[in-house]
Design a protein around this ligand. Sequence first.
Ligand code: 7PJ
Length: 279
Amino acid sequence: MRHYLQCGRFGFNLDSKALVMGILNVTPDSFSDGGSFNKLEFALSRAEEMVAAGAAMIDIGGESTRPGSPSVPLAEELQRVMPVVYALQGLGVPLSVDTCKPEVMREVLIAGADMINDVNGFRAPGALEAVRDSDCGLCIMHMQATPQTMQREPHYDDVVAEVIAFLRERIDAMTAAGIDRERICIDPGFGFGKTVAHNYTLLREIGRMRSELARPVLAGLSRKSMIGAVVGRPVEQRLAGSLAGALAAVAQGARIVRVHDVAETVDAIQVWQAATSFN
Ligand code: 7PJ
């Protein structure tokens, strides 16, 4: 089972299927009303809706990592994420938390999170130690520079080779720390310190990433500027483009796609899988 992924309370055999991870943003700009109870109710109903639509996991994010975003203080991020992790415990799917902070990783794992999704690839001092002694899933993403600076002037001599080398180094650091490979999935990090051309080169080479590193690939391109750049549409009109991007990623061998529009993506992938021999 080359594509088994251990994810806390859950485990997935990804040999012959691709999963959809639904995005649940818990940043203040993702809610229109003020009260904290309403926020929690809203997060819970969004998550339930995504699971009903076929999401196999939910990715909870309290730290906006959009280009140019300021970093969020620790206390603030904990305040946003912890109540949601507790509230979603009974959802029946793995709860992933999108964070770079070792302190947040420790707290959410105690609260029952099943996966840590780190756009910084677990490079912060203490990150490996924070996740080592649990059996949570780990998504290692590649990012050049930081969210504040990454889109200034992304440069690579060979983007695919450099992203693979980075992911390999992180996998090696994690396994050297005693972390089981079966917990790890890898992500090229679309839009994180990449031009549109870099992003599409990486998309075409997902198969190489997967075969060289022998871990499942997670792809996140939902509504991103690499879609906007091709279709010439603002973020709220990128659904069709995002579906095509998700299918392209699955066709290239991605096993998890991280999306906003779960129902539509699940349908698209189901038809894709019915129509192709999947490997
Ligand atoms: C990604 C992510 C991604 C992973 C974000 C956005 C920006 N985590 N977190 N991969 N993107 N693993 O959703 O537009 O591509 S935040």
